[in-house]
Design a protein around this ligand. Structure first.
Ligand code: GLU
Length: 427
């Protein structure tokens, strides 16, 4: 059976690159009906923190990546690592240096790795120095306990980032010395920024949590991460995790570049938001909305759904929603100073608002079709362009120069409130 694992160190947040590693391992397991194991590499007792562990688990779940069974914690297995090191020393394959256990690397050998993604990689042991197994403080080194645990967990395929390519031959030496079965290895290209430099803050956030907070949908982030290392074929970009499970082939990871493009991810997020059900977006947007000043209380579900259906095609991130729609939920909404100056501080603007509001007042039916009709009729009679009526009205009613269609917006806000806002703006 295929068995893969994700092995984060809880010494920091979940990095976008690590999330991608987790995702591809998970995908590999699902594709072939295998198991996906979580191993917590918390050997560094000082730098490992519970809050990082919790955040990593939260982020994985948020992304829809679940694991089989309970995670394995390396911090609970120090005795096992020490025993293994002791054995190697006793059999002459290692030696002690004070408290530390060192592995003796036999020189003049070629170690071959048949990497699933890169193909053959050969390293001469002349280039590998003796390896520490257990440090003098009693903690194991990554390469040593990684091998012991991967063998213990019967991991068949190790898929990880290119930053571990140089560790693999060292790990193979440990497998050989301990008489353990060597798994298959595949190393994915590291995620780079558009400028070819290693992904950093400058290219956008590097922590999954930042994207979660900023209002990216997990489906969109997962879709985007899938494309950073794999291609479902052709020009296809939008693909769900379920479909990816059916189509995934590790051979398609060969030669794929992993250039991070924040704009593209944000575009993709917008596509996912637009396609979401209004009712699925509701719980996600509600909390963001009530957090903003002026709104405070929870708006009615009915109103929220109406506004979501008008705005979900206009936002690229959930975080944009509240600022764009506060005028539906509060009368202390934000206003664009420039828009006010341009459209409603002028005499012409005020005259238009007065005239249009008195026409609107006469309507019994405040549907968008009727208010739009009233606008067209006024434009015709006054020889004004429709835009000359629409712009000041939009600013008066919403405080903003852009947003959903004015007439749909007015229908949702309702007649009395619309008229009141227009009169107030007209002075
Ligand atoms: N804790 C290591 C890391 O996060 C695991 C590497 C591995 O997958 O072997 O880079």
């Amino acid at each position: 059976m295929i068995k893969v694992r994700f092995a984060p160190s809880p010494t920091g947040y979940l990095h976008i690159g690590s999330a991608r590693t987790a995702l591809f391992n998970w995908l590999y397991a699902k594709r072939y009906g295998g198991k996906f194991i979580l191993r917590i590499e918390d050997t560094d007792k000082v730098r490992s923190e519970k809050r990082f562990l919790e955040e990593i688990l939260t982020d994985l779940k948020w992304l829809g990546i679940d694991w089989d069974g309970e995670p394995l914690y390396q911090s609970e297995r120090f005795d096992i690592y020490r025993d293994a090191a002791e054995k190697l020393v006793k059999s002459g394959k290692g030696y002690r240096e004070g408290e530390a256990y060192i592995f003796k690397v036999e020189k003049g050998r070629a170690i071959e790795v048949d990497d699933m993604i890169h193909g053959k990689i050969t390293v001469n042991t002349d280039d590998i120095k003796d390896q520490v197994m257990i440090k003098s403080d009693g903690s194991p080194t990554y390469n040593f306990c990684c091998v012991i645990d991967d063998a213990y967990l019967e991991i068949t395929h190790i898929i990880r980032g290119d930053d571990h390519v140089s560790n693999t031959p060292k790990q193979i030496l440990f497998y050989e010395a301990l008489g353990l079965k060597i798994p298959a290895f595949g190393h994915m290209p590291l995620i780079m920024g558009q400028d070819g430099a290693k992904l950093s803050k400058r290219h956008g956030g590097t922590a999954v949590e930042e994207y979660r907070m900023d209002g990216y949908l997990p489906q969109a982030l997962v879709n985007y991460l899938l494309l950073l290392g794999w291609s479902p074929g052709g020009d296809r970009e939008i693909i769900s995790l379920d479909e990816a499970v059916k189509l995934f082939d590790i051979n398609d990871m060969k030669g794929v570049q992993a250039k991070f493009d924040l704009q593209k991810l944000t575009w993709m997020n917008g596509e996912y938001i637009a396609k979401s059900e209004d009712s699925d977006l509701l719980p996600l947007l509600k909390d963001r909305l009530i957090a903003i000043p002026g709104v405070g209380k929870t708006p009615s579900k009915d109103l929220l759904l109406k506004v979501i259906s008008l705005y979900k095609v206009r936002i690229k991130k959930l975080s944009e929603f509240a600022g764009m729609t506060d005028h539906f939920f509060s009368d202390t909404y934000s206003t664009e100073v420039k828009g006010v100056e341009k459209y409603i501080s002028t005499k012409e603007g005020k005259d238009i608002l007065r005239e249009f509001s008195s026409r609107l007042e006469k309507l019994d039916d405040f549907s968008h079709a009727k208010t739009e009709g009233a606008c067209r009729a006024m434009a015709e009679e006054t020889k004004l362009k429709a835009g000359a009526i629409i712009h000041p009205t939009r600013v008066a009613v919403s405080g903003k120069t852009t947003g959903a269609g004015l007439f749909e917006m007015m229908e949702v806000i309702g007649k009395d409130e619309v008229i009141e806002r227009m009169k107030k703006a007209a002075g």
